[in-house]
Design a binder for this molecule. Structure first.
Ligand code: M6R
Length: 364
């Protein structure tokens, strides 16, 4: 049932090119994004005053990425909420605020309750869900399915990648309807999206190199993931992947925030994984790398081909192929998922069933 792989997690990582394709292709028609399935009129899309994303864990991290994408591409303000926080603080929703819930299982109790509350407040709700007919899919008014297929490993990988695609498509559609994305730009974006599966395949081809690297860090005590903008969102997911299956303490920080406290934890040899795929903040992240390095950190950089100058400051580099700046998360997460996986394998842990965790959290 694991198709020849040692664990479901690595099998599911290898399914990511297919997952991306299956979530993307049916929604691209004649060089346009087609999300008719949602039954949202252009008028409705134009009237959205704000987007509120509610989710837990990795699904929340795709929401953080989506905030950067929606705000820049479609100029719609976005709030991202952890579902368990949203539901207990008497939240304020605006009129015409679209509430998007994200969930692989469609059964996460807090996310489901957040949707119910949003509906009760009279807001439009949309669920990005992987399991057809699940509770959240039934609770929300509109559903956009991620076509990742069953995900068994507790640590999510392919569903995460599919959620990102769903968000890119929504942002592109909303931007187009709101007059912010011309035909040519749309074509370019679609071309880049269509290249992702092959590019992911290429990254998977490097897995032995990542395994070797991971084996050097099985005894790590603390790891820090840093990045800015979308790179910060990637860092959050890279960090969660590592900690949940390897039991190594790891944290994600907005790179500029490190020196406001956390940098005091960096010692000789502490691993700092710096994600630097966004050109607009690249020099800033590089200077944060230097700050960590001067304090003895071992620097792993994740960056785009073309940024080879990073080798001057990083001890080890994982390169991702070039893509549109909005989509780098879909590529940068692959080496980080592999890293988490191989550290766990190196420690001899039960990768698919990490201690204390359940695949879906149906209790509060
Ligand atoms: O099924 P959901 O997407 O609603 O689950 C949300 C989180 O419980 C989930 O993403 C969790 O964080 C994963 N173990 C992360 O790998």
């Amino acid at each position: 049932e694991k198709g020849g792989y040692d664990h479901f997690m690595i099998k599911e990582i290898h399914e990511e090119p297919k997952t991306v394709r299956d979530t993307l292709n049916p929604r691209i028609k004649n060089d346009k994004v087609d999300i008719e399935e949602l039954g949202m009129s252009d008028e409705e899309i134009k009237s959205i005053s704000r987007i509120r994303i509610v989710a837990c864990g990795s699904a929340y991290h795709t929401g953080v990425t989506a905030k950067y994408v929606f705000e820049e591409m479609a100029r719609i303000p976005v709030e991202v909420d952890i579902a368990s926080e949203f539901r207990y603080r008497n939240p304020i929703l605006q009129e015409n605020e679209l509430v998007i819930a994200v969930s692989q299982s469609g059964e996460t109790a807090d996310t489901k309750e957040a949707v119910r509350m949003a509906r009760a407040m009279g807001n439009m709700t949309l669920a990005i869900v992987n399991v057809v007919g699940s509770s959240i899919a039934r609770e929300a008014e509109k559903v956009m399915y991620t076509w990742a297929g069953p995900e068994i490993s507790v640590a999510t990988t392919k569903a995460y990648s599919a959620q990102l695609i769903a968000f890119y498509l929504l942002a592109m559609k909303f931007a187009e309807v709101r007059g912010l994305l011309g035909e040519d730009e749309m074509k370019e974006l679609i071309k880049d999206l269509k290249m992702l599966p092959e590019q992911i395949e290429m990254l998977l081809g490097n897995k032995e190199r990542i395994q070797k690297f991971a084996n050097r860090f099985v005894a790590a005590k603390d790891v820090f993931f840093i990045g800015r903008g979308i790179d910060y969102a990637i860092s959050m997911e890279g960090s969660l992947k590592l900690k949940e299956i390897s039991y190594i303490h790891s944290e994600a920080y907005a790179a500029g925030e490190l020196k406001h406290g956390t940098i005091s934890l960096i010692e000789e040899g502490t691993l700092v994984a710096a994600v630097a795929t966004q050109d607009s903040v690249y020099p800033k992240t590089v200077s944060n790398i230097v700050e960590c390095k001067t304090r003895g950190a071992f620097i792993l950089a994740v960056t785009t081909v073309g940024n080879e100058d990073i080798e001057k400051v990083a001890d080890y580099v994982m390169y991702i192929p070039q893509t549109n700046r909005y989509f780098t998360n879909s590529l940068a997460i692959i080496p980080l998922q592999l890293f988490g996986y191989y550290v766990s394998v190196g420690k001899g842990y039960d990768v698919d069933h990490p201690r204390n965790l359940a695949k879906s959290v149906t209790v509060e």
